[in-house]
Design a protein around this ligand. Structure first.
Ligand SMILES: C[S@@+](CC[C@H](N)C(=O)[O-])C[C@H]1O[C@@H](n2cnc3c(N)ncnc32)[C@H](O)[C@@H]1O
Length: 292
């Protein structure tokens, strides 16, 4: 009986909607379900993504560097499909990966520091976005690490425990994807002389339930002038209730270090990959804070 079913399943069939469904043999896990688009449709989708990202990207990297945006988007699609990691549960999915890859490629930093390695997918993408950059990735747990990018160094500690004193410069991009308070990371980065930061999970105060372990205060909360120190916030997620009292010192201390914050646009309706990410670029003021 089982054998018969297997044989049946292996054949292409037409489903109730008239769609021909063909199982791939051997079953090939893929990063995400996807359309196998013709070149023309793929170009159309990438064109829509470029149009969506353009104005935010111009404001971050400038109009001249933005000319490379279409190529960066095309290169991301290629890299994503080539990734040997087919399951990145708990880490970046298609849309976050797109924003990370494109911004890193256009900023073209000499050094990239990542906090939050997880399975290694985002550092692998960063390596493909910036093949020549020095790449350091930090995590306090390497039990999930499955993919190592060529030439990257993986550190089993918080980034503050690693000596970077001689290496701070204006040509370093730091990607914080570790669910640690954005305010804390901003104060640490500023105190260590770094200015160009990229944050995942930048949720506003009204949607803190969108992710587990929300990195409060987030950048969005820092930029929210209506938020008062002492205010108690409460939310639930996955049968857990969270409560957090807004710390005025932390809010003000981190806020005053920010020169500008640019949220990257949501592309969910263009790709239909659904994972809230709220990726945000933050540039710190040149003056170093001593807010730690
Ligand atoms: C959302 S995952 C990172 C996903 C990864 N960047 C990606 O896109 O595939 C968050 C990671 O942060 C790590 N983490 C937690 N605390 C940390 C810390 N203090 N420093 C660095 N990483 C930390 C967790 O162990 C976890 O692996």
């Amino acid at each position: 009986m089982e054998n018969n079913q297997d044989t049946k399943k292996a054949k292409p069939y037409v489903d109730a909607n008239g769609v021909i469904v063909e199982r791939m043999r051997p079953p090939a896990p893929e990063p995400a379900p996807r359309m196998n688009l013709s070149d023309a449709l793929l170009a159309r989708q990438q064109h829509e993504i470029v149009a969506r990202l353009e104005s935010a990207v111009v404001s971050i990297v400038g109009a001249e560097s933005t000319q490379a945006l279409p190529d960066a988007v095309t290169a991301y699609f290629r890299s994503y499909r080539a990734s040997p990691l087919t399951d990145n549960t708990g880490g970046s999915q298609f849309n976050d990966g797109l924003l990370l890859f494109v911004l890193a490629r256009l900023l073209a930093p000499r050094r990239i520091i990542e906090s939050g390695t997880h399975r290694g997918f985002s550092s692998w993408l960063l390596r493909h976005a910036c093949p020549d950059a020095e790449l350091l990735s930090f995590d306090i747990d390497h039990s999930q690490l499955a993919l190592r990018a060529e030439g990257a160094s993986y550190h089993l500690c918080d980034w503050t425990e690693h000596d970077l004193t001689s290496s701070a410069d204006d040509n370093t991009l730091i990607f914080f994807d570790d669910h640690i308070s954005h305010a804390r990371r901003i104060m640490e980065a500023s105190a260590r002389g770094f200015r160009h930061l990229l944050f995942d999970d930048n949720f506003p105060v009204t949607t803190l339930y969108a992710t587990g372990g929300v990195p409060v205060p987030t950048v969005a909360m820092l930029m929210d002038s209506s938020l008062q120190g002492g205010e108690e916030l409460s939310w639930t997620r996955n049968n857990k209730r969270y409560r957090y009292r807004v710390d005025a010192d932390r809010l003000i201390g981190a806020r005053r270090l920010i020169s500008r914050a640019v949220g990257l646009p949501d592309v969910t309706d263009l790709t239909e990959y659904r994972s809230p990410s709220r990726m945000t670029y933050v540039e710190l003021l040149e003056d170093r804070g001593n807010a730690l």
